[in-house]
Design a binder for this molecule. Structure first.
Ligand code: SF4
Length: 198
C-alpha cells in the first residue's frame, strides 16, 4: 500500500468522529524520503484551525529544542510529523486538551510506519508516544523515560511535551537542557544536513 494512498485514507477517516467536538480534521505530514519522525500527541485548536502541525507556542519551543528553522521543520521531504491522534480531541474538565483518541494510532500507525523506510531518528514527544513505542519502559513516568534517553539507542529520543504546562518541569530537570538538548541538536543537525546533501 503506497504512502499517498494511506494518507488519502487517513484524510477521509471518520472512525471516532462522534467523540470529536470540532469534527475530523487529521493533521499529519509524511513523505517516503523523510529521515526524522516526530510523534507527538494530538492537535490543539490552533493546529486544527490551520491544519499545520505544531503551529503554536508548543511548536515554537520544539523548534527551539531542535534548533530548526520553520522551513526545515516543515520540509516534508526530510521531516515526518505523525502524532498519536490526528484530530483535535476536545477539552478535559480541567481545561487542558483531552488525550489523543485511542483508536487513532493502532488504526493508522502500522501502515504509516511501514511506508516510511528511511526514518533514522524518531522523537517520542510526550507520554502517549513513549508508552506505545517504548513498551519495555512499562509504567515508568515520563520523567524517568526522558532521563533514560541514553538507553534507547541512536534512533529514538523521548522528549517531554513542549507545552507551557511543562515549563516548571523544565526548571526541575536542568539535565534536560544541559545534557539531552545538545545531543538532540547534534543528531538532528547531522541527520538533516546529510539528507539535504543526498
Ligand atoms: S482521530 Fe484518528 S481515528 Fe479519529 S477520526 Fe481522526 S484520523 Fe480517524
Amino acid at each position: 500500500m503506497s504512502l499517498s494512498r494511506t494518507l488519502a485514507e487517513v484524510r477521509g477517516c471518520r472512525l471516532c468522529a462522534e467523540h470529536l467536538p470540532l469534527g475530523p480534521r487529521p493533521v499529519l505530514r509524511a513523505t517516503t524520503s523523510a529521515r526524522l519522525l516526530i510523534i507527538g500527541q494530538a492537535p490543539g485548536t490552533k493546529v486544527h484551525e490551520t491544519g499545520i502541525p505544531w503551529n503554536d507556542a508548543s511548536g515554537a519551543r520544539l523548534r527551539d529544542w531542535l534548533q530548526l528553522a520553520p522551513e526545515t521543520f516543515y520540509d516534508e521531504s526530510r521531516v515526518a510529523i505523525v502524532p498519536m491522534g490526528f484530530c483535535y480531541p476536545g477539552r478535559d474538565a480541567k481545561g487542558g486538551d483531552k488525550p489523543p483518541r485511542p483508536e487513532c494510532a493502532p488504526t493508522w500507525h502500522p501502515r504509516l510506519m511501514e511506508a516510511l523506510p528511511d526514518i533514522a531518528l524518531t522523537l517520542l514527544v510526550g507520554s502517549y508516544a513513549q508508552a506505545r513505542y517504548l513498551p519495555e519502559t512499562g509504567k515508568m513516568t515520563m520523567t524517568a523515560r526522558v532521563a533514560a534517553w541514553r538507553d534507547f539507542g541512536p534512533g529514538t529520543i523521548p522528549l517531554p511535551h513542549p507545552s507551557w504546562r511543562n515549563t516548571a518541569w523544565l526548571k526541575r530537570n536542568p539535565w534536560f537542557e544541559s545534557d539531552l538538548l545538545p545531543e538532540l541538536r547534534a543528531r538532528v543537525a547531522a541527520l538533516l544536513s546529510s539528507s539535504a546533501a543526498a
